[in-house]
Design a protein around this ligand. Structure first.
Ligand code: NAD
Length: 259
């Protein structure tokens, strides 16, 4: 479809989500920005989008609850109309061994990284079905395909997100709607900084050396992925040639999950 779509990108005040939002904005789509940002940051972000031909809106709804997801849907419809593209990207990380994992962190990761994608998909699918066109893209992770130690909640949520993606793909294959997961390896964003800093502290090395150790431990192709690369793949999934890609979990991980 070549006409502009209304695109909701959760967690788009930073990192991968912000790159996705800019990519869709540059392509002329209407973009709903979203994330935990104050009014000043929000207005700076909206300024960045004022040069694009499509409209833009912003919501700071906390999507750790069903009510927060409902608020985001309402604010999105008010700002840019009913989204035909939903990109579930918001996510957080916390690392600890399973036998020491704090219950509140477990609940929070499941709520933000998994349940929000369910609530938003559930609430936006009826209008996509009525329009006979829609795209749902879930930013999962290589940790939706394989495990690493100390990431019980994150791996559980991301494996669950890929399961949800497949179910939504099957249920809506008759309605012109595709649902896919993108599974990045290491992407240079604020989310991975605490892990880089931890290695620097523990191994007494500088941040560049720590980053190289982090990436090289998992990825045969030991380079971080540019957030823009994830964004271009998301845009491709909404384009004319991706109409039969559905229910897929697409790794962008330097060979991590090939092992
Ligand atoms: P980031 O920390 O840069 O951005 C996270 C975004 O989510 C921010 O906009 C933040 O405001 C928003 N957010 C967090 N909690 C929220 C809440 N309760 N309510 C509303 N918004 C909330 O992270 P990122 O690295 O860009 O990650 C984006 C997605 O990509 C996440 O789902 C993450 O798991 C996934 N991912 C990242 C990497 C990586 O290496 N960075 C790798 C694989 C997958």
């Amino acid at each position: 479809q070549n006409q502009p779509h209304a695109v909701l990108v959760t967690g788009s005040t930073s990192g991968i989500g912000l790159a996705i939002a800019h990519c869709f904005g540059r392509a002329g789509h209407h973009v709903m920005l979203h994330g935990l940002a104050d009014a000043e940051t929000a207005s700076m972000l909206l300024d960045e989008f004022s040069g694009y031909s499509g409209g833009a809106g912003f919501s700071s709804a906390d999507i750790a609850s069903e009510a927060g997801c409902a608020q985001l849907v309402e604010e999105t419809r008010e700002a840019i109309g009913n989204p035909s593209v939903l990109i579930n990207n918001a996510g957080i990380q916390f690392t600890a061994p399973a036998h020491e994992f704090p219950a509140d962190k477990w609940q929070q990761i499941l709520a933000i990284n998994l349940s929000s994608a369910f609530f938003l998909s559930r609430d936006l699918l009826p209008a996509m079905r009525a329009a006979s066109w829609g795209r749902i893209i879930n930013i999962a992770s290589v940790h939706g395909l394989v495990a690493s130690e100390h990431k019980a909640a994150y791996c559980a949520a991301k494996h669950g997100l890929i399961g949800l993606t497949k179910v939504v793909a099957l249920e809506n294959a008759d309605a012109g709607i595709t649902a896919n997961a993108i599974c990045p390896g290491w992407v240079e964003t604020p989310l991975i900084q605490p892990q880089i800093e931890k290695i620097a502290r523990e191994q007494q090395v500088d941040l560049d050396a720590a980053r190289a150790l982090l990436v090289g431990a998992k990825q045969p192709l030991a380079k971080t992925t540019n957030p823009e690369a994830i964004a271009e793949l998301a845009l491709y999934l909404c384009g004319n040639f991706a109409g039969t890609i559905t229910g897929a979990a697409l790794p962008v991980d330097g060979g991590w999950s090939a092992q």
